[in-house]
Design a protein around this ligand. Sequence first.
Ligand code: GTP
Ligand code: MG
Length: 183
Amino acid sequence: GNKNINAKLVLLGDVGAGKSSLVLRFVKGQFVEFQESTIGAAFFSQTVAVNDATVKFEIWDTAGQERYHSLAPMYYRGAAAAIIVYDITNQASFERAKKWVQELQAQGNPNMVMALAGNKSDLLDGRKVAPEASIYPSPLLFESYEAQTYAQENGLFFMETSAKTATNVNDIFYEIAKRLPRL
Ligand code: GTP
Ligand code: MG
């Protein structure tokens, strides 16, 4: 039969990584070049149909600014899923993403479905974080930035996304919906 599933989902990641832009693309199909930095957090919802189920995501788009860090547990507590977002042109944002993964592993729901989003994949010239070491001729240059490997080792699934071009945006939410436990 058809199942309706409500799933709380939280987006975490550095300032400017593109959390709000991913949500705006997913929920409204829009993109703005000058998206304002989030204050506190913002709430959205969107529904995805997957196999025999309809998943209603209740989405918390958190603020990346450090001064809001202490609020984050309110948003990831009880969450069924998390998207940890970094900007592929910003190494520091990848390091920040790993910190969020550690925090979720320590404090989050152990059954949480976690996705790692390497956002701004449209900015190929500015790339600083390699998706996979093997596609680059010089492993030395990129050895600390193996996002795919990192994700595999830490039980996340990984996708590069672009809120600007919409690449992989619906897909990452759909992949999460597929992986949610069926009640
Ligand atoms: P905070 O709310 O401050 O934590 O930031 P955020 O993670 O919500 O980032 P936001 O969505 O506000 O995006 C920051 C900037 O990056 C904005 O100017 C966006 O237009 C831009 N941006 C977001 N996603 C993309 C993308 O996929 N490609 C490009 N080129 N720019 C993007
Ligand atoms: Mg934001």
